[in-house]
Ligand binder design. Structure first.
Ligand SMILES: C[S@@+](CC[C@H](N)C(=O)[O-])C[C@H]1O[C@@H](n2cnc3c(N)ncnc32)[C@H](O)[C@@H]1O
Length: 483
């Protein structure tokens, strides 16, 4: 199996090194500078699986979602064509035999996590037997070295991991597995496996990328992880200097410090990034109430026992009881609205969420995360209802908040401008569409590169909007000079 010196060599060739950082463990560090948008590192998964097993949502090999055909033997794996089937064959043939022998009830227990482990065991076996090649960045030693936090995992979780290990043994009866090691590896999955997403950040599957797993978290990350198919690319979001650590975000960062720390709990560390140790103003904006004076953008802090909340900008106070009453009304209505969403009644859900948004506007700061999420929900609902005008209105309202909570080159900002641009194009607001698509391309060029089908489509739309805008301009000029 490939050695650590091979990994060091491969990383050195890319301008990277593995360092040990007190309190963080291993870290990926730049040994040269990287410019925004530059690919720092990319990797194919050691193992991966689509999220929807048996339903055929994505090709097992390239994660494409078109022209899928089921493996006729195991009826679990899906491929978009014979090339992908061939590429996966050595691994799948072992998996296929094992799955095909399962009863229908056992097959139902084949969750993405269990399947990922089955594939991991088999991939290791293939490399050990030299049936498939290994390299400095593609070998089981890298999986072995992953952080597991096993001594901190709670008892109930350990029992669950042990049961899951037993299930893996039942699926692979011909192999004598070390069940303790398998349970330990499930714990590694929990803090190292990556969710494979499409270009619009919708989750498609799970993969283990042991080199990318060396990268630590920051709530103000210097890099971003984006997938093309199941290939993972880490690109710089800002200039990264020599000897600087490369960081990505493991969580949704448009949230208060408390929420972010809570989301990071299953990684067993407390983030000490600049955003987490800063004062509470940003949190007060994200979760706080708005000033009574609708023109004031100050944030409110409570006095003793939350009886009143005082604006830190103009000193006007709001009554705590009245705010509490409004907040519980919002909760009640949101519950009802979400049950309409679950039952597919989008039209009722839309009108109820609109009422929620109106109350929230009076209650929360314009940059509040709660208000943002309501507007995101309204955007989705009106997209489903094909009410483009309403969808555009809510999309536009989310952008100032995105620009406040995300760094300038965050994919979420680019994607929201893209949605805005597409809606404006549909509604024939050509000038606005051109502006939004330009902003989208400026951001997504950095986070997604320019080569993928997704980016080519965006750049094509941008060209189209540019041509249409200049045609309209020249047409207007011609009309003005009386032709
Ligand atoms: C995906 S691994 C990252 C690489 C890891 N440092 C290692 O040594 O393998 C995730 C784990 O790294 C550590 N980690 C990541 N980001 C951190 C941070 N900002 N501060 C402290 N520890 C961090 C935590 O132990 C976390 O569970």
């Amino acid at each position: 199996m490939a050695s650590w010196s091979e990994l060091r060599e491969e990383l050195a060739g890319r301008g990277l090194a593995v360092a040990s950082v007190p309190g963080k463990g291993r870290a990926l560090v730049a040994t040269r500078s990287f410019f925004p948008g530059e690919v720092i590192v990319w990797q194919e998964p050691y193992v991966s699986t689509p999220n929807k097993i048996s339903e055929g949502s994505n090709c097992d090999n390239c994660f494409a979602s078109r022209n899928l055909r089921k493996c006729s033997v195991c009826r679990v794996a899906w491929y978009c064509g014979s090339a992908c089937q061939k590429e996966e064959w050595k691994l799948h043939q072992l998996e296929c035999r094992a799955i095909a022998a399962l009863t229908e009830d056992r097959k139902k227990m084949l969750t993405p996590t269990i399947r990922l482990m089955v594939r991991l065991v088999l991939r290791r076996k293939l490399q050990n037997e030299k049936a498939t090649p290994s390299s400095g960045t593609d070998n089981y030693n890298l999986v072995d070295a992953l952080e597991s936090h096993i001594s901190e995992v709670d008892k109930n979780q350990l029992v669950l991991y042990a049961q899951m290990a037993n299930l893996v043994q039942l699926i692979l009866p011909s192999l004598k597995l070390d069940l303790k090691e398998i349970a330990h590896t499930f714990s590694k999955f929990s803090c190292n496996a990556h969710t494979i997403c499409d270009p619009e950040l919708r989750p498609l599957g799970t993969g283990l990328y042991p080199v990318l797993s060396i990268i630590n978290h920051s709530c103000v990350p210097s890099a971003v992880l984006i997938f093309e198919g199941r290939t993972a690319y880490v690109r710089a979001l800002q200039p990264i200097g020599k000897n600087e650590e490369v960081s990505i975000s493991y969580i949704e960062t448009a949230a208060t410090t408390m929420k972010r720390q809570d989301d990071l709990k299953h990684y067993y560390f407390t983030c000490t990034c600049p955003r987490c140790v800063k004062d509470s103003e940003e949190d007060a904006l994200l979760e706080g109430y708005r000033c009574k004076d609708q023109k004031c953008d100050g944030f409110l802090l409570s006095n003793s026992e939350n009886k009143a909340y005082t604006c830190q900008k103009c000193s006007i106070s709001r009554d705590g009881e009245e705010l509490k009453k409004m907040a519980s009304e919002v909760l009640l209505l949101s519950d009802k609205a979400s049950s309409f969403v679950s039952s597919g009644n989008n039209s009722e859900a839309g009108s109820m969420y609109k009422t929620v948004e109106e109350i929230e506007r009076k209650l929360y700061h314009p940059l509040s995360a709660t208000l943002l999420h309501t507007r995101e929900t309204l955007l989705k609902i009106y997209m489903k209802l094909q009410d483009w005008q309403m969808a555009l209105m809510y999309c536009r309202l989310t952008i100032p908040v995105y620009e406040r909570v995300y760094p300038p080159f965050h994919p979420m900002i680019g994607l929201q401008f893209y949605t805005c641009g597409k809606l404006e194009w549909l509604l024939e607001y050509t000038e606005d569409a051109l502006k939004s698509l330009t902003r989208a391309a400026d951001v997504l060029r950095i986070t997604h590169g320019t080569k993928s089908e997704f980016m080519q489509e965006l750049l094509g739309r941008l060209e189209e909007a540019r041509a249409e805008a200049s045609f309209r301009l020249s047409d207007g000029d011609e009309q003005r000079i009386g032709r």
